[in-house]
Design a protein around this ligand. Sequence first.
Ligand code: ATP
Ligand code: MG
Length: 573
Amino acid sequence: MRWSRFFLYTKKEAPKDAVTPSHIYLIRGGYIKQVAAGIYDFTPIGKMVLDNIREIIKKEMDNAGAQEVMLSFVTPYELWEETGRAKKYGDELLRIEDRKTQKFVLSPTNEESVVDLVRSYVKSYKQLPINLYQINLKFRDEARPRFGLLRGREFIMKDAYSFHSSRDDLDREFNLMQETYEKIFTKMGLDFRVVEADSGAIGGSGSREFMVLANTGEDDIVVCSECNYAANIEVAKRKHIKKENPIKTETIEEVYTPDKKTIEEVCEFLGVDPYFSVKAVVKKAIFDECEEIVVFFLRGTDTLEETKAKNAIGAVDLADASEEEVEQAGLVPGFIGPFGLPSNIKYVIDDDLRMEEELVCGANKKDYHIKGAGLLDANLLGNLTVYRDIAAVKEGDLCSKCGKPLKITKGIEVGHIFKLGAVYSEPMNATFLDENGKAKPFIMGCYGIGVSRLIAAAIEQNHDEKGIIWPKEIAPFLVDIIVSDIKKEEQLNFAEKLYKELKKAGAKPILDDRNERFGPKIVDFELVGFPVCVIVGKKLKNGKVEVRNRKTGEKFEVDKDLAFEKVLEVLNS
Ligand code: ATP
Ligand code: MG
């Protein structure tokens, strides 16, 4: 490719709303252009990176025996009514109507579509298993589209759906997909972790996420410092440690704690370690049909993990409760404790507090707390009370597998695999006949990869203050041949010859033959992020050119006849 003819225009400035490196560099590097919030055009070079990623995914999916399909992007609303998701999916689902007032949705995911496709052809267990995948557009009307390609509204996903006659066969495919994903992300040159993940309202026995490690990631992942345990904080477990409270109270007593509302204030006032205090977090839980005030009790030193909390009570969402709403529910803000609460409210107590003694908690009475309290059997606390794991694991907590300290790092979710079971096939009446001629719903799995998000994730992990540093596996071009001054025929001729040789060798060169000064050309090389460049400049007169390694910053002055070998050497290093 000759840059002088290439539709690639870099920019000095990024828009103000661009805060993450990938967003800034994708815009400044001329890879994408914003069309509307969360919607982007890809320029030729952007499309090249996308295609490199697609190709790696396609190859591995095909190798694993999955078959590529293309499901319609516009999907009948009717199908979404069959599973009940037409209502449940919420505002991320863009519903549209055609001229005949027939309703459709822009596909945010394609379980309904694929079940409809399969049920119309597959009738017998003999046709199973099947794994169908596509690499296609998705639309989700995200509340806060942000960070460029990381969280768009229109984006590209690889979604695969497998159909089985038994749970065992689903387990086999699930493991195969995990291996396949590991190969895919390794091939892309990314540093990633496979983590245990939330199965949400659907439940089911398995859900794993694939996280690209990057400081700017939106997800917190918990990893063990010693063993291979890794989990999204939404589901991460920790080991319970039994600590004795050095302060022993003779009797359970109510103590006067005027205006002491926060854990810190109360514990300081009473001279108690906050570890031995109980904190109440009040939330408004949103269910399918109603809203309700729910109280979550945790150790004073812990924080509520909202996904765990949601799952504990089967809520669709949790919102903050106002002081008014808390009072209306019969609670005393600042002094809420697990004993003697209104009997019509749901309470959840964190597992870590089960059977704990010598605790400080609210007395459900203004300006009073209780000292020396013990939490016993949930039954004693009223029939709406349950113990669940609702606390967020924190740095330094101990691994539930090996007991060593846990660490927290940031990750970007680039893939998610999921055992669905019959959650979609059952309501959609998608059945096959088993060996005994009995109709059974398909057992399903689904497997997603954020294809366009991967472009951004790769940059979040591989960049510096000058620009992108592409892993060579997905780089749009591998070698940038910079002609320092195109008016010098000698430079241009040599560069063109080298270009041809590199192209023939499959080293994906681009020839920067723009009528520009050297300065902007080297700045563009670093911004756009090609792995290697060759500078053909003044020194050519003495038979020398310079080869640079973008990642390490190393510069090599080499004999012009050795430039080809040096480029390949740097590329393979
Ligand atoms: P997230 O928690 O980031 O919203 P999700 O759980 O909604 O992701 P899935 O429904 O599992 O995502 O979709 C599969 C993959 O699609 C995700 O792993 C992610 O890589 C990608 N993806 C999801 N939402 C977006 C988006 N708004 N923009 C770009 N990629 C996305
Ligand atoms: Mg989402």
